[in-house]
Design a protein around this ligand. Structure first.
Ligand code: ZN
Length: 175
């Protein structure tokens, strides 16, 4: 699977489970098993997902995208609010004497709730959400850099390609 986990926030990683949004979009949450796998990789202790939970995840994902890009309909806001109410309560435990915040127990509904709650946190924080500057990418990321100057979803994926293209264009002009 071509998962990408560098949106900088869980809710953005959810949005990025559709790749190539600049075009028609390519779905990565193709079936319930894919959703369960993605949630596990996100750190949620989920064993399996149902078809209903898969459609809930997809609907939430599109509402999250609208909210984060600043163009939500009232239905999107309502959905995010309703699903956030299923977010699990934090659970404090100690690992080698250090406090660790854990979210458990985690059903798919609760995991989606946590992602909806993260959306509310992110949109109300002073963090910019951007779309990658590469015109063939479409991935979303959050920009908490001091000057809000981050351009690429990741340097490795898009930043270096853009640099190489600019370099190629410069050297060609010289010839
Ligand atoms: Zn990119």
């Amino acid at each position: 699977m071509e998962w990408v986990f560098d949106g900088g926030r869980p809710c953005l990683d959810l949005v990025n489970t559709v790749r190539e949004r600049h075009e028609d979009g390519r779905e990565l949450l193709t079936d319930p098993a894919a959703l369960a796998e993605w949630l596990r990789l996100m750190g949620f202790a989920v064993t399996e997902a149902s078809a209903g939970e898969l459609s809930a995840a997809r609907v939430l994902r599109e509402a999250v995208d609208k909210v984060l890009l600043g163009e939500p309909r009232s239905a999107d806001v309502l959905l995010v609010n309703e699903m956030a109410s299923d977010a699990p309560s934090p659970w404090l435990r100690y690992e080698d004497g250090k406090p660790v915040k854990e979210l458990r127990p985690v059903s798919v509904v609760a995991a989606l709730g946590a992602l909806a709650a993260d959306t509310i946190d992110l949109v109300t924080e002073d963090i910019a959400v951007r779309i990658c500057a590469a015109d063939d990418c479409g991935l979303r990321f959050c920009d908490a850099s001091p000057r809000r100057s981050r351009q690429w979803c990741s340097m490795a994926r898009c930043g270096n390609r853009a640099k190489a293209r600019a370099h190629y264009a410069r050297t060609r002009k010289r010839d």
